[in-house]
Design a protein around this ligand. Sequence first.
Ligand code: MN
Length: 228
Amino acid sequence: MSEFVIEPPRPATLPVKGTDSRFPVRRVYCIGRNYAAHAVEMGHDPDKEPPFFFQKNPDNLIVSKEFPYPAKSEDVHYEAEMAVALKSGGTNIPVADALAHVYGYATALDMTRRDLQGEAKKMGRPWEIGKAFEKSAPITAIVPAEDCPSMDSGSVKLTQNGDLKQDGDLNQMIWKVPEMISYLSDHFELAAGDVILTGTPAGVGPVSRGDKLVVTVDGLPSLEVTVV
Ligand code: MN
């Protein structure tokens, strides 16, 4: 007799550059409005707001050349982001200790059903319907931190069919990676396997089927996906 009453779901895992071993994903936290110019383009004043987070599901992360246009939306947006993967965690992590918990970094997209997110915002409802849908987070292999530059600066760019749409720098983040880890750990217990999407620069916009999106973050593999 099995230990489980139903077949347990397969754990969500990501490839790691330079090894056949995989990184198991426990949780996915995403920060909102972490680049001033993007906060402004979404109609907010970045100076007045503390950080806020929402979550995607571990199995929303996909390593694929294709992003399927999701159901129930006619306004799906790209958001180019750097992802941070944790090898350890805890609570009340001081900012100065935070980077010791980082396993590595990856290039990701926080795909968003903007119309559904907008309705949720207007109604004061949660964001999952706009953010945490199937395959909503295309991502590359994780690069171990020791193989990365410091990742506190470096360009973050997105092209759509060859046109440059997002052109930011990691040093423009309002809340830096160590601050995000520390802040999250004050509110949640972080652990090995947690992944944080660190926010998107200005220039978000809609996608159509057939679009080719290329996201580059200095020091990381580029992420190339076609909307199908
Ligand atoms: Mn985002």
